[in-house]
Write a protein that binds this ligand. Sequence first.
Ligand SMILES: [Zn+2]
Length: 308
Amino acid sequence: MSAAAAALSACCALALGASGVAAAAANAASANTLQVAGATVHVDFEPKEFTGGAAPLLEWVRRSASIVASYYGRFPATPLELRLQPQSGAGVQGGKTFAAHGAFIEVRVGREVSPAQLTNDWVLVHEMTHLALPDSGDEHTWLSEGVATYVEGIARVQAGNRTESDVWAEELRSMPRGLPQEGDAGLDHTHTWGRTYWGGAMFCLLADVDIRERTHLRFGLQDALRAVLRASGGLQADWPIAQVLRTGDAAVGTRSLEDLYARMRDMPMAPDLTGLWQRLGVVRDGDSVRLFDEAPLAAVRHAIMTPR
Ligand SMILES: [Zn+2]
């Protein structure tokens, strides 16, 4: 891997040797090009803009890409262009993902971002997760945002980058925002922030639990999402939502995704989240949670968080 990258950069520097400017540009590009899990990631940024320099940022990109690659069995897009836009202040401040002209992610990063903020960042994993699902239209943004919201926490737990209790505590706290409010319709018709991000994540959790129960823990949503990526190539494909769900269901041998969509697309279906947490063995304890292995669905909870 590194030998191939070195050979490539030596070749390019040689070919462009006549022009000092071009050679410098090629060197800068190769220094910011990462090979992660078989994918090439070009990181477009100016190290001088950030007080910590290049190394912590490149490590963060590599770690985030590796987390997503492990969840999906491979990194969802190659090559990926990743632009880091310097902002005032600290922290990772938000991102956007595009696929119209190749995979492209833009992330807004504070100039004073700290190593701890990069280690605990969710934004880049969320954006990279978007690369793995076909575009099924604006009406179904809840699915792409829901998958990215749901997968981010689980993928990071599986990679050892976040604790399981932290993810369940966040779901206990935030998933009720995805429940239908007074006057709301189904997921295809009410496009509020809560219904889009946490309503979509709720769809994913319900589907994940259902697939694992129906297949006696053999498969989960992770297997369905991997199959959708394999068949579609990810975000650069335009697929009707029915094809996405049918492909996921076929891979795990259930109708979990299609049945759940039929119940949630038009009608404001409100699942019993409190009962679900109890069955999973997740109990609120102040700002955190305690996890109980005696609960009826404790094995499902374990399976969700265990790397494939
Ligand atoms: Zn998103």
